[in-house]
Design a protein around this ligand. Structure first.
Ligand code: ATP
Ligand code: MG
Ligand code: MG
Length: 568
């Protein structure tokens, strides 16, 4: 299997072809790794290369206190069937009452995704039979949804380099309001299926994207951006692990210039990483199928994360007839804008699109631009800041409480804080070092009271979360920089006098510019000092002397340091 970049679309749009190199093993997605090559080897079939097409349907649970059409609570992980009203259980005689909050959340989301908001939308019944859908139908918006014709811009990096980012846009076909279903819990040991209706009737927004993407990486980046937007708006918590954001990935392949191929739909993917893998696997599977003379069925599949491949779902739907019909118990949903708002009504009595528009928070793209503008940080760093929940606030708090320049602060946040948190699987909010403690530490560094090597040592102590302040640790570990030149000279002299063998004294980093050579009892001494802050280097040198003499061949290190020195 070989893959290559499509000339016009840059590295992101890939053209696929089964080549002489043979197929990648089943279940492995070779997209990310191999798609960078520019050449397109001839296919087995001898036809033009394959173009993958990907379109997503994303179900976002609306963050609301109560359900879409009933007053029962929305509560994740509540005891089974503890938050179910008569309406949710479809008892006869119950009627839907629309939840204003859910409507506002959908309008907000539509506006944030540049959609046109329909001032008149309709509800329909979509019929299918499943144990966790007691009514036998779902109330959705099939004919006229609440929002249509939007766009979502998302960025992704080329060749795994954060510094080379490309921004792409996917069209949003529509956003529709609909009910979630209940959950079926299969107990294989007792051959039973238990039904939990807690989720039945929770408000969902289904965001339907046009088939504008072409690989798993793009799909993943688009969903991540959508997730950030929803979380910024507060219209959905969008936590995938809790099922608040579920993705159906539609995938097909075709030859350039030919109509789109038959699509398969990989249902209910609940992790961004799995989404990328599922899409890439499905593209590969379809190409292999077609190259081997088979056909792609219009079927529903699931992603098996253990095997890393998609598998047909047991409940193969084929072309299911949903018998859509207008929901007779709900009138058209009417929204207003400032122009159409009747004189005797205010925004509390109706949903006013303009009123919501004026109150939209800054979206992630705007926040990133502001971070770059305000703090002079690199665009790719603004992406990292927004990617971690709470990291932007952490960074801004540190900046507020330190004299260190934001450009330097970002290095400590991204290199030290983030790598520690990642290593220990902690969120920013769980960091043992708070933003104000980190700011205190950076202030000591900025005031040249400690070296950056010492600051890193202090940070190691701070991670232990023992409640000591950076200054206490500095004093305890005697890490202060000695500013008194005479005292420093005495220390150096003592080191020289104390050595019998050849001595190399190393500075911080490799920016050495001054060497002082001396001899005592015929022993050569070489010192390297930092050009900026010689006493700072001296301090490090003392530690280095011990290290060099005990752990390393002084001769080998000497040649390395001399190289450093010559370079400068
Ligand atoms: N040839 C294709 N290849 C890949 N994706 C496609 C193709 N044609 C359509 N799609 C995508 O399939 C999705 C269709 O979603 P839509 O909700 O309109 O219909 P559905 O899947 O039939 O309905 P349901 O909501 O019941 O799943 C869209 O995201 C669209 O971009
Ligand atoms: Mg759909
Ligand atoms: Mg679908």
């Amino acid at each position: 299997m070989a893959a290559a970049a499509r000339g016009c679309g840059g590295v992101w749009c890939r053209v696929w072809q089964c080549g002489a190199g043979g197929s990648a093993p089943r279940g492995q997605c070779s997209v990310a790794g191999s798609a960078r090559s520019a050449a397109v080897p001839a296919g087995k079939s001898g036809l033009a290369p394959w173009v993958p097409v990907v379109g997503l349907e994303i179900h976002a649970q609306i963050s609301s206190n109560s359900k879409l059409f009933s007053g029962s609570q929305v509560q994740f992980a509540a005891p089974p069937n503890s938050v179910v009203s008569f309406f949710d259980a479809s008892l006869p005689g119950t009627l839907p009452v629309i939840n204003r909050r859910c409507v506002e959340a959908a309008v907000m989301t539509g506006l944030a995704l540049n959609c046109s908001i329909n001032k008149r939308s309709l509800f329909d019944r979509k019929h299918y039979f499943y144990a966790d859908l007691p009514a036998g139908y779902q109330i959705t918006q099939q004919r006229v949804p609440i929002a249509v014709n939007g766009t979502l811009s998302y960025s992704l990096c080329t060749d795994n380099k954060m510094s080379q980012m490309v921004t792409k846009t996917v069209r949003i076909k529509q956003i529709q309001l609909e009910q979630d279903s209940g959950k079926s819990l299969h107990d294989d040991t007792r051959s039973q299926t238990l039904v939990d209706l807690n989720r039945a009737g929770v408000g969902l927004m289904e965001v339907v994207m046009e088939p504008d993407m072409c690989c798993g990486e793009e799909a993943a980046a688009a969903v991540r951006e959508l997730q950030l937007i929803l979380q910024t708006l507060g219209s959905s918590h969008a936590v995938m692990a809790e099922g608040q954001l579920r993705v159906d990935a539609n995938v097909s392949v075709h030859h350039p210039g030919e109509p789109y191929g038959v699509r398969t739909e990989v249902k209910n993917i609940n992790s961004i990483r799995f989404l990328a893998k599922a899409v890439d696997h499905e593209i590969q599977r379809q190409i292999e199928e077609l190259e081997n003379g088979g056909t792609v069925l219009n079927e529903t599949r699931a992603f098996d994360s253990k095997l890393g491949c998609t598998v047909p779902m047991r409940d193969k739907e084929g072309k299911q007839d949903y018998r859509f019909m207008p929901e007779p118990n709900l009138p058209p949903l009417i929204l207003y804008d400032t122009k159409s708002l009747p004189a005797n009504m205010n925004h509390q009595q109706v949903v006013n699109i303009d009123w919501i528009h004026e109150r939209l928070p800054d979206l992630p793209s705007v926040k990133r631009a502001k971070l770059v503008e305000q703090y002079g940080i690199l665009p790719e760093h603004s992406f990292t800041l927004l990617n971690e929940d709470g990291l932007t606030e952490f960074f801004e708090n540190v900046v507020k409480h330190t004299q260190m320049k934001p450009k330097k602060v970002i290095g400590w946040i991204l290199n030290d804080l983030l790598s520690y948190l990642n290593q220990h699987s902690l969120t920013v909010k769980e960091s043992p070092v708070s933003s104000s403690i980190l700011a205190d530490l950076l202030n000591l560094l900025e005031r040249k009271e400690i070296s950056s090597t010492a600051a890193k040592q202090v940070l190691v102590e701070l991670w232990k979360g023992e409640g000591k302040t950076p200054l206490e640790i500095v004093k305890e570990k005697k890490l202060e920089l000695i500013q008194d030149q005479e005292a420093l000279e005495q220390i150096c002299q003592a080191v020289i006098d104390g050595q019998e063998n050849e001595v190399i004294m190393m500075v911080e980093g490799s920016l050495c510019s001054t060497a002082v050579c001396g001899t005592k009892k015929g022993v050569k001494m070489v010192f390297f000092f930092s050009p900026v802050d010689w006493h700072l280097s001296c301090r490090a040198s003392i530690g280095a002397v011990k290290l060099l003499l005990s752990d390393y061949q002084p001769f080998l290190l000497l040649s390395y340091f001399t190289k450093c020195f010559c370079r400068n």
